[in-house]
Design a protein around this ligand. Structure first.
Ligand SMILES: Cc1cc2nc3c(=O)[nH]c(=O)nc-3n(C[C@H](O)[C@H](O)[C@H](O)COP(=O)(O)OP(=O)(O)OC[C@H]3O[C@@H](n4cnc5c(N)ncnc54)[C@H](O)[C@@H]3O)c2cc1C
Length: 502
């Protein structure tokens, strides 16, 4: 199979990229689920007179503990202005109806028709000019003479492996929180994106920075893993431990990482609610009508489960939510490998040590478009690097229990707080698991191999960063808050870690 441009992923970053690329070249998008994009409620745009690109930039850097790639942040924030002409952000009584995400100095998270992600996805679908193969997963990239040539893919329905030749490939496969046993992410997003690029020879960065969503339901069973908006904490909601003691101030002025640690510690110190969480008390949301308006989705969700959140507490705990680390890109979305681009949550560097709420939606729209423009230019001036004709049946894999082991390693060593001894133990066991699970044309084995590679990069990066910063808390911290990026790469198959000063 042949296409000029291959886009891997079915979320907003991939679709925005494919939409742009298809304006000038034959573009094929492969997807294996919806990813996190349909959950994007609102995204940051400096719409108020008191707000500005500079203010958004400063909030983004402060949230990221100044560990961000400043060039990428500049692009993210400057290009936010172009979205104002492109989309109709929601208004109420003639004024923009904005949320104030935790850590933002003013309200700026804007929805589109009530929910930004689904609205933009629908718009792209209406004007779709690219081809799409659904239920198809890319599990390995082909690199020839230093250039990407395409991807080995698996078709779930046909249970067949095949190869897609492409002049250029864009990886937009989302974040990797889905490799954890309990996360806010769906299982279609995992370690593939990072692992594909890593094994193709590209650098990863910031893999140790994983944002835990502080407020994910641990009860009732049908809501487990569903997050509750922390924006409510800026409007009167508070967090309480199992004894009812208030852990947050009424103004909600706290970053997600600090809140996750605070909750994690309360639970670890035995002050949990009955289901190993703490209480999210929304009874003080002011005015109460907000629960029936802006936050009605949460109100209804809990009401359906028999809980009235205007009168009763919710039980929540932190869960992995956003991976800030991933593939290293430059402002044109180029990776280290010629012809290979990346955009969206699969990339590292933009958010630094902690992502400002609402910046992911902005990131996928801004960098999805840039990736589309860049790969189109490349495709128009290059020929194919490979010409592979390949089809093969799936092979059996009899070691599913290794996935449970991977999940336990992540839970034990790459949680809200970390320490060096556990990380090193985890890394050593992951090395063994990777040796026992090499890439093969077996879907289950290839997926596990990629998730193991991704986990290994994250655990090794977390080991390398000896100090605590942002979402990375080392209880054995031995470093002051030094500014550097941890880069992880493979050189002739051997892992290499590099500290690059910021
Ligand atoms: C519950 C929830 C609520 C959120 N709310 C907000 C919000 O209000 N505002 C905000 O800014 N951010 C929010 N985020 C974060 C935001 O949703 C994500 O960061 C963003 O959607 C990432 O977009 P993406 O296109 O990079 O990846 P995704 O949307 O996750 O898409 C990844 C895609 O890649 C596909 N894929 C993965 N691996 C492969 C493979 N090997 N081959 C083929 N396809 C593959 C997946 O199936 C999926 O289609 C939220 C996240 C969650 C989980």
């Amino acid at each position: 199979m042949k296409t000029d441009i291959l886009v891997i992923g079915g979320g907003l970053a991939a679709r925005r990229c494919a939409h742009e690329a298809a304006k000038g070249a034959k573009t094929l998008l492969i997807s294996d689920g919806a990813g996190a994009s349909p959950y994007i409620h609102a995204l940051n745009v400096p719409l108020l007179a008191e707000d500005s690109v500079e203010c958004l930039m400063e909030d983004t850097l402060r949230a990221g503990a100044y560990q961000n790639d400043q060039e990428l942040v500049k692009v993210l924030c400057r290009k936010s202005l172009s979205l104002i002409d492109e989309f109709s952000f929601d208004k109420k009584n003639g004024e923009y109806d904005l949320l104030k995400p935790l850590g933002s100095s003013c309200p700026r998270a804007a929805a589109i028709n009530g929910f930004a992600g689904p609205s933009v996805l629908r718009e792209i679908e209406r004007e779709k000019k690219f081809d799409e193969l659904r239920g198809v997963r890319a599990l390995k990239l082909k690199v020839k003479n230093g250039r990407v040539g395409g991807a080995y893919c698996f078709d779930r329905a046909k249970k067949k492996w095949f190869f897609i030749n492409a002049k250029t490939v864009v990886v937009a496969a989302g974040g990797f929180s889905g490799i954890y046993p309990f996360s806010t992410n769906s299982r279609d997003i995992g370690g593939d994106g990072a692992a594909l690029c890593l094994e193709a020879g590209a650098r990863l960065c910031d893999m140790e920075f994983i944002q835990f969503e502080p407020s994910c339901a641990v009860y009732p069973p049908k809501l487990i893993g569903k997050s509750v908006s922390t924006a409510m904490l800026t409007e009167g909601a508070v967090i309480r431990n199992g004894e009812g003691k208030r852990l947050t101030k009424r103004d909600g002025c706290v970053q997600k990482d600090a809140l996750s640690r605070c909750i994690y510690n309360e639970i670890a110190n035995g002050k949990s609610s009955p289901h190993m969480g703490v209480y999210f008390d929304a009874t003080g949301v002011n005015p109460e009508e907000l629960l029936h308006g802006r936050y009605s989705a949460y109100f209804r969700r809990y009401a359906d489960a028999g809980i009235d959140i205007s009168k009763e507490y919710m039980e929540i705990a932190p869960a992995p939510h956003t991976s800030m680390g991933g593939v290293r890109i430059n402002p044109h979305c180029e990776t280290d490998i010629e012809g290979l681009y990346a955009c969206g949550e699969v990339c590292g560097g933009i958010h630094g040590a902690n992502r400002l709420g609402g910046n992911a939606g902005l990131e996928v729209l801004v960098f999805g478009r840039i990736a589309g423009e860049s790969c189109l230019q490349y495709a128009l001036s290059h020929d194919y690097a490979s010409d592979i004709d390949f089809e093969e049946a799936d092979r059996e894999f009899g070691f599913a229990h290794r996935r449970t082991e991977l999940e336990n390693i992540l839970k034990n060593c790459l949680n809200v707080v970390r320490n060096g001894a556990d990380l090193m133990r985890g890394a050593r066991r992951l090395e063994e698991l990777i040796r026992e699970t090499p890439f093969d044309f077996s879907f289950e084995q290839a997926r596990l191999h990629n998730d193991l590679m991704c986990a290994y990069a994250a655990v090794m990066s977390a080991y390398e960063r000896k100090g605590s910063v942002g979402s990375h808390e080392r209880i054995d911290s031995i470093e002051e808050n030094e500014k550097y990026t941890v880069e992880f790469m493979l050189k002739n198959g051997i892992p290499k870690i590099n500290r690059r000063p910021i």
